[in-house]
Design a protein around this ligand. Structure first.
Ligand code: UT7
Length: 332
């Protein structure tokens, strides 16, 4: 049987930085409030002509190079994004595949907001285990600045841009395999986090008149409470289902939405601070890109070693959620 191995990671962060101080000149907020309530100090913002696919390509190039696998061997690409280059089509995955000259590979996007990376990891695992694909490039990329309302202090302080990518490959060695992935959703909470306009649910004249409805809107405090509850339940379930103790996790990589949410989940799991990966301070919330960007930070700091177990945990609009038990299994 083929198993799916997490071979490599890469990421890209745009150059421009938007600090809390900058935001305090745009909306009624302060560095103190943002730091205390979210843990965020700054976030990176893509340049005007830099697209989600441009960022995805840079992250993907790094992941492919680090995988030791030739790009001609990649047979599928999946992109997780809620800020695609184009509304509806073409998918950002096809654009990235073309820019990378990957040939006629299977390519598609999925929409699971901040849980996107865990969702595409689960899809990659299933395709590889079924024997249908061998080397899959998964990309989480977001230009959230393009869909953020910079007059709404409840959301604009949170979001940033960036991309992360990983290569998932077939292996016969069970020791290298992704152990388990759980995903779920509850559409009853759809209105907590949404871009209300721009889809088939909008009347045509509303599209013309209410372009602000194409920006993200969030009921932050309600989302916060569901996030803590769901993220904690999610990780407890995946650990129990696989008879793994939280002490066996080397790197707990949660979606980087809010420091308070991450701390609450970390405490509920009795995790040591050293186990918890934190990047929210410097990148803010980059939705589907947040988990691979965080894994890349650990990798580039030299702290991610072959065989170490990562626990990924995500939550986002939909509402969606997911967790994954993933050993880092580089080829070299
Ligand atoms: O990534 C996907 C999932 N997303 C999340 O998980 C995000 C979850 N939510 C959050 O991170 C937090 O709810 C926020 C950071 C968005 C807000 O923090 P909060 O502690 O839940 O604040 P709140 O919404 O309850 O607002 C408290 C007060 C309100 O003022 P009053 O009514 O008490 O006078 C807000 O108007 O803080 C006010 N406020 C602000 N004040 C200064 C809201 N945003 C700001 C701001 N600066 N940027």
């Amino acid at each position: 049987m083929a198993y799916a191995a997490f071979r490599s990671i890469g990421a890209y962060v745009p150059e421009k930085i938007l600090t809390n101080e900058d935001l305090s000149k745009m909306v009624d907020t302060t560095d103190e409030w943002i730091t205390k309530r979210t843990g965020i100090k700054e976030r990176h913002i893509a340049s005007k002509d830099e697209t989600t696919s441009d960022m995805g390509v840079k992250a993907a190039q790094q992941a492919i190079e680090r995988s030791g696998i030739d790009k001609s061997e990649i047979d599928m690409i999946i992109c997780a994004t809620i800020s695609p280059d184009y509304f509806c089509m073409p998918s950002t995955a096809t654009v990235i595949a073309n820019k990378l000259s990957l040939g006629y590979v299977t390519a598609f996007d999925i929409s699971a907001a901040c849980t996107g990376f865990v969702y595409i990891l689960s899809i990659a695992k299933a395709f590889i285990e079924s024997g249908m694909k061998k080397n899959i490039l998964i990309v989480g990329a977001e230009k959230l600045s393009a869909i953020t309302d910079y007059t709404d202090r409840g959301t604009c302080i949170l979001f940033g841009d960036g991309a992360g990518a990983a290569v998932i490959s077939a292996t016969e060695n069970k020791e290298e395999a992704i152990i388990d992935i759980h995903t779920g959703s509850d559409g009853a909470y759809a209105d907590l986090l949404m871009t209300p306009n721009g889809g088939s649910g909008s009347a045509h004249d509303a599209l013309e008149q209410e372009s602000a409805g194409c920006f993200m809107q969030m009921k932050g405090n309600e989302t916060f409470k569901v996030a803590v509850r769901t993220l904690t339940k999610d990780v407890v379930e995946i650990l129990e289902a696989n008879n793994i103790e939280s002490s066996q996790i080397t790197h707990f990589v949660p979606h980087q939405a809010n420091l308070r949410i991450i701390k609450a989940v970390g405490e509920a799991l009795k995790l040591d601070e050293k186990q918890v990966v934190l990047t929210v301070e410097k990148y803010g919330n980059t939705s589907g890109a947040s988990i691979p960007m965080a894994i890349n930070d650990v990798y580039e700091s030299g702290s991610l070693k072959a065989g170490e177990l990562m626990l990924l945990d995500a939550f986002g609009g939909g509402l969606t959620w997911g967790s994954a038990l993933v050993p880092f299994s580089p080829l070299k």
